[in-house]
Design a protein around this ligand. Structure first.
Ligand code: HEC
Length: 214
């Protein structure tokens, strides 16, 4: 041992020496030294190696299952499924609301309920007044259709008004000189809220809907 340490260190010898030291349970140092810093040359503990090899194996398993074989849903597929679920819930809510809704119900039940009308006015102020004006005159018709001029371009029945708000400018229509209405039922309003804001418009235009009054 003494002799060995005095010998110039060749790499083979260093390996032998390291093996010997390991057998004896001693700390093994690598032969190089930089700025007085030496490096251990120990076998890593099994638990540590297990996490390393485990992580590498997990990557291959994951990659194969998700991306090669498509056996498990990718994040995109999971998101798509969630969106589909939300769409289904929204569709059901719309169907439930629509099932109870008709011209007479809008005029005689919704537009006569002051709570509903107040809620509709709140929605109008927040989401509609920018284009249709706080006074419903649509800034003279430059940013939307006036909602107080006695004319309902897409039909004057209460349900027609509900429909244009819910579904927006119909496909194929050029809108108002190219300006189109958003489908609010798909971007921010529930069917109930669409019905509320419709009730508000009915309440603001009593003459237009008098024929439905019971
Ligand atoms: C970004 C501007 C904009 C906003 C915000 C907007 N609208 Fe409109 N709206 C329009 C335009 C433009 C038209 C005309 C579209 C067309 O002719 O196809 C229109 C048309 C309508 C019509 C049809 C009018 C008619 O004569 O038949 C109704 C009703 C209506 N909007 C209600 C609403 C309600 C309720 C809201 C809020 C939830 C709203 N709008 C928000 C721009 C807007």
């Amino acid at each position: 041992m003494d002799k060995m340490e005095k010998d110039p260190v060749t790499s083979n010898e260093a390996i032998k020496r390291a093996d010997y030291a390991r057998e004896k349970g001693e700390v093994v140092l690598r032969t190089h030294e930089y700025d007085g810093i030496q490096e251990f040359d120990q076998k890593l503990p099994n638990w540590w190696l297990f996490t390393l090899w485990g992580a590498i194996a997990a990557f291959f398993i994951y990659y194969t299952l998700y991306y090669t074989l498509d056996l498990l849903p990718s994040s995109k597929a999971q998101m798509d499924a969630k969106v589909e679920q939300i769409e289904a819930v929204r569709k059901k809510a719309l169907e439930e609301t629509l099932a109870k809704l008709d011209d007479s119900v809008l005029v005689n039940e919704w537009s006569t309920n002051s709570e509903i009308v107040a809620s509709g006015k709140g929605i109008y102020t927040q989401m509609c007044a920018a284009c249709h004006g706080a006074d419903l005159a649509a800034n003279g018709g430059t940013t939307g259709r006036a909602l107080n001029d006695g004319e309902w371009f897409y039909g004057g029945k209460p349900m027609d008004v509900f429909k244009i708000i819910n579904e927006g400018t119909p496909a194929g229509s050029n809108g108002l000189n190219g300006l189109k209405m958003v489908a609010w039922g798909k971007s921010g309003l529930t069917p109930k809220q669409v019905a509320e804001v419709t009730a508000y418009l009915i309440d603001e235009n009593p003459k237009d809907f008098a024929e439905y009054k019971k």
